[in-house]
Design a protein around this ligand. Sequence first.
Ligand code: BYC
Ligand code: FE
Ligand code: FE
Length: 473
Amino acid sequence: MAIDYFEHIPNNVDLGSNRTLQRALEYWQPKFLDWWREMGPSDFAAADVYLRTAISVDAEGWATYGKVKMPEYRWGIFLAEPEADRRIGFGDEIGKPVWHSVPGEHRTTLRRLIVTQGDTEPASVEQQRLLGHSAPSLYDLRNLFQVNVEEGRHLWAMVYLLHAYFGRDGREEAEGLLARHSGDADNPRILTTFNEPIDDWLSFFMFTYFTDRDGKYQLKSLAESGFDPLARTCKFMLTEEAHHMSVGETGITRIVMRTLELMKQLKTEDPEAIRRGGGIDFPTLQRYLNFWFSSALDLFGAETSSNAASYFAAGLKGRPDEARFDDHVCLHSTIQFERPEGDTVVSETVPMRNAMNEVIRSAYIRECELGLKYANRLIERAGYSTQLWLPSRRFHRSLGAWANRFVDPEGRFLAETQWRARSGDWLPTRGDRDFVKSLMRGVFEPGKISGWIAPADRGINGMPVDYEYVALS
Ligand code: BYC
Ligand code: FE
Ligand code: FE
């Protein structure tokens, strides 16, 4: 099949003149489209969706809006503009020129980082596959699809690197990215969070708030990489990530607003009464938050990691905003943190390089906290004392020093029986999930919205909130 590259795959990597890459993509693209049809948003292939498409990396081109059918979306390949004379910014090779091809000694490690990153992108599309049917409004439906097509583009971004820089094994990995599936018993996605079902919109908003923000932090770390094509690819991906997180943040805020409205109307804070009124009560919201936050914390890896130390030493993966740190070598510095030993907590001193996962996790947690402030102010102003809060980083972990420990959201040890008896206060129960799902019914009329969430305060790209963001056929 002949492809007009500029027309169908907008790019700034001179795809038109790279025959090898063209051949690889000619082979991969139809498989991607098959995957999209089978594993992507179910049943909305014929809908016209008001989407932004990146057609170049400059201010005008990166966000071009128009109605598009998703299977015809132009998934492009873009790298941020090169920086002249860029140097490796950290680790043992600091100050040397960045690499424009893959250094032999780092080939396996780089491929692994790229595959791990790439694997999450289609995984999230698979996780969100059925959500369209229960969208609370056309505005939200459009945001879901925007996130989905862009995660598809992020897959393209990683597949481009694999095809362009890793030869035959890169091509094999690119196929693997379409062969693993979220939640598949035999061939699951690599990281645990990406195998969790996202089958209601509360989970979707928590996921875009917490998990896409992990994406931001990981991409920022990779944007520091000494492997320049990876750094530039991730830098451009970050421009899209902001919208994903804002979908989560505004989604959570709009639920809070609606719940407050119901509390006022019904003159009660009683969760059961709120539920009967068709809203999501704050304890349920908090339990979903606890689940997705703790799951996202695992995505940063273990507190002490020799992998993390070697990524840093080699100049492959830095810290977000590496330039803001004083010491970019971190050969002699240490960091202290607490880990469990039996039923007590001991303090451990770890070489800084081995603690990079924890350093990035801590920065992430601070940002997660900031985003909740606005919702909490709304609650406070409405005269209620409830607050949404982040559980301790020790709570409900499956990976690292705190994995499988019985710790409450305040970070205190409990006996296993005690913990199990109370876990329904902290994590979504079967009953919560059934209730939340019972609220999820698709609303597909322009300007109309489900009763469990407040409307957005503004539309997309200057369009009104009640614009027909998705024209169903
Ligand atoms: N689940 O040394 P350790 C996004 C493995 S999200 C299962 O502590 P390391 C997005 C690990 O592979 C951003 N397994 O960790 C968001 C290792 O295995 P081996 C995704 C896990 O190596 C929303 C072992 O456990 N990007 O973009 O420092 C929508 C010990 O690990 C998990 C990246 O992750 C887990 N959660 O790995 C769409 C960036 N965590 O060696 C998209 C690329 C670790 O014993 N990846 N393991 O077989 C990395 O930088 C690193 O691989 C990790 C940490 C951050 C994952
Ligand atoms: Fe992404
Ligand atoms: Fe994202």
